[in-house]
Design a protein around this ligand. Sequence first.
Ligand code: PA5
Length: 463
Amino acid sequence: MIKYDYRGVDSNIIGSEHGLNVQEEFNNYRDKISQIITDLYQHKDTPGQWLQWMNLAYTEETVWYVKEYASMVEGRFDNILVLGIGGSALGGLAMTEALLKPYWNFLTEEQRENYPRIFFLDNIDPDSVRGLLDVLDLKKTLVNVITKSGSTVETMAQYMIVKDLLEKELGDDYRKNIVATTDKQTGILRQLADQEGYKTFVIPDDVGGRFSVFTAVGLLPLALVGIDIDEVISGLKDIDAELQNTDINSNIAAQNALIHYLSDTQKGKKISVMMPYSSRLCYIPDWYIHLWAESLGKCVDNDGNLIHSGQTPLKAIGATDQYSQMQLYNEGPNDKIINFIRVEEFDNNLEIPKIFEYTGIGYLGGKTVNNLLDAEADSTRVTLSDNSRPTVLFTLPKIDGYHLAQLLYVLEMQTAIAGALYNINTFNQEGVEQAKNYTYALMGRSGYEESASEIQEKLGVNV
Ligand code: PA5
């Protein structure tokens, strides 16, 4: 199982000005946390609570359909192109980057065991969209367009461009190259997919984008490139069993939620850094940033009080960012809590050759890069502690679907518990909707005419 260590935040280690008396706080919040977890599980099937993500370990039917489709299209495509943004892209991106062999898209077909390359288009930069479409042979590309709402402008604009090109190249057959993942009933993509006759997968009701990685949103891209999604689901089930424990002393998601909440509200740690010591985990912080920021950054609490809650999540990669951000973390404002992620066993044990023995780098010979990475993570954590900077540590026994699913689910559960501690609505995102609506208005969507003139006026004044 995934492991978690909070000693780096304890006041015995980093002092009481910045650290927490963790055991005392666990005792203080024991009942409250127990109530929060009980409430979450009690309400998980209540419509409108957006808690259906808590059931995703048990959706055998979806897993079966995803696997069946993946095996049906196996060998037919050279590329998978995922169109989506936010929760409709980040989970799949983070998991495929972690679980596929590094530099997957550069490997030969044989090295990829005939599974396709995979590309995530989650932006609308005209040069990169054009650039990717120029290098992909669309005839041999399966396009997975993903949007829960079915109307997100970036995704729909990409889809319109790609669909047009596909149809020009393949005629009526283009439909076989598109698979849509969207709501079962509502939204423009659902309507189009039904009209045009695409294969579709459903994003269940009451699962928000940032909690959707274990629906077909994440599972389909994984299965299409040959990743064992049964292993992912098995990790999910095992961690769900642990996280149902209402005792904070045995629930790592509750522990990290409380530690973050108190570090923010009592110790001024306004920033939460996610720092994996692994390049394969390089998009996990991006996924976490979306989850933590959009869930907890709220203007008012559930009682209508103005609170402007939320820590700012940040990304760092070890060891790389020791050489860019660590100076600030150690000596700058003490306003961060740093989540380390360590990997116990890498796929490779990479030895440093015993050369240059009589020089200043001779001591490295015979050691492994694995030893070096471990030493760097340890020394960075101890230095941060020396400087009274709070840290927590997640350890993955190895990078595989089983353990990665556990990490992501712990972070999801931790977010839900933290939201309850802040007493906010964790699952809405009104601050995003406003800009989305303004964009619709500026792009001439009907029904938004009034906002269009309002925003034109504001732009005119501001410029
Ligand atoms: O977490 C969320 O719900 C959002 O950030 C969505 O993921 C994002 O807006 C994309 O939405 P959609 O899947 O509807 O295109």
